[in-house]
Design a protein around this ligand. Structure first.
Ligand code: CAA
Length: 283
């Protein structure tokens, strides 16, 4: 099946990044979110990043105009009825994703693949909300999407070979390198990454070191591009907490218990970069 129009649910940091790479690969894009303000902000981010690329001489001003011209914004989920392939990149909340998949299953033609950018919720559980479990798959992008090379592809128990192949091909078209994971909570990326970030929060909670020292140890000692607490702020502390809870509940194993300090920050609305405050403050 020839994919011409690519639909995305969510215009947040993951959704707008996916929209950008899809449009840069030549596809028409529908970027949907619940509020005009959200899609406007998402489009603003894409515009800013493309403008930076023009300034650096990586693309021309015409390229920027062409890419932006391929992106249509929408606040009506029914618009996704025009898409040939849809990726959901909404907030990491199980009941919200279930509702979106039920809706998409009614709206989209029966051959359309419904992918989820979930960072940890089992694909089989999301697929079970639809009448097309063979066409549901995990397509997990990394943040910042335009920069990170990886797409983690997760097959649910019923995902068909055709769905897998198509998702693999689209990932390559987006200039990404796919890695395949089986369907267990957290898959590969967050099964490994999130306990490390959570442990960094425990180090702060137990006063083993300051925020700056914890991050410096991992940056300079382990050659990580950024420290774990700065990375948690980039990902979003609410997302980190949601992933830890999925691991904790999914494996019924106390080794995944979220650090109380992480929960405390989330409850205070300190969600990291997106709210201007997390382990660091952002202007
Ligand atoms: N969007 C687009 N481009 C961005 C960007 C963004 N948000 N942030 C940085 N960039 C670009 C910059 O423009 C720059 O491009 P050029 O090379 O063309 O100049 C390049 O990335 C490098 O940026 P900087 O020089 O500003 O800074 P840096 O070298 O420190 O890199 C970084 C920034 C890419 C974020 C780097 O620190 C990094 O790789 N950090 C780790 C990120 C990571 O681990 N991501 C995975 C998170 S886990 C996840 O996403 C999955 C999940 O489910 C939670």
């Amino acid at each position: 099946m020839d994919i011409k129009t690519f639909g995305i649910i969510g215009a947040g940091q993951m959704g707008n990044g996916i929209a950008q790479v899809a449009a840069m690969s030549g596809l028409n894009v529908i970027m949907n979110d619940i509020k005009k303000e959200f899609v406007g902000k998402g489009l603003g981010t894409i515009t800013k990043i493309l403008a930076k690329s023009v300034k650096k001489g990586k693309i021309t001003d015409d390229d920027k105009t062409t890419v932006l011209g391929r992106i249509k914004t929408s606040t009506d989920i029914n618009d996704l009825g025009k898409a040939d392939f849809v990726v959901e990149a909404a907030t990491e909340n199980e009941s919200l994703k279930f509702k979106i998949f039920k809706d998409l299953d009614n709206i989209c033609a029966s051959h359309v693949i419904l992918a989820t950018n979930t960072s940890s919720i089992p694909i089989g559980r999301i697929a079970a909300q639809t009448n097309r479990p063979g066409k549901v798959i995990g397509m997990h992008f990394m943040n910042p999407v335009p920069v990170m090379k990886l797409v983690e592809i997760i097959r649910g128990i019923e995902t068909s070979d055709d769905t897998f192949k198509m998702t693999w091909n689209i990932s390559e078209r987006f200039n990404k390198t796919p890695a395949v994971a089986n369907d267990y909570p957290g898959f590969i990326a967050n099964r490994i990454l999130m306990p490390m970030l959570n442990e960094a929060v425990y180090c702060l909670y137990h006063n083993v070191g300051t925020t700056e020292d914890i991050d410096m140890v991992m940056k300079l000692g382990m050659n990580h591009p950024m420290g774990p607490l700065a990375l948690a702020d980039l990902i979003g502390l609410d997302t980190c907490l949601a992933i830890m809870e999925t691991l904790y509940n999914g494996f019924s194993d106390s080794k995944y218990r979220p650090c109380p300090l992480l929960r405390k920050y989330v409850e205070a609305g300190w969600l990291g970069r997106k709210t201007g405050r997390g382990f660091y403050e952002y202007k």
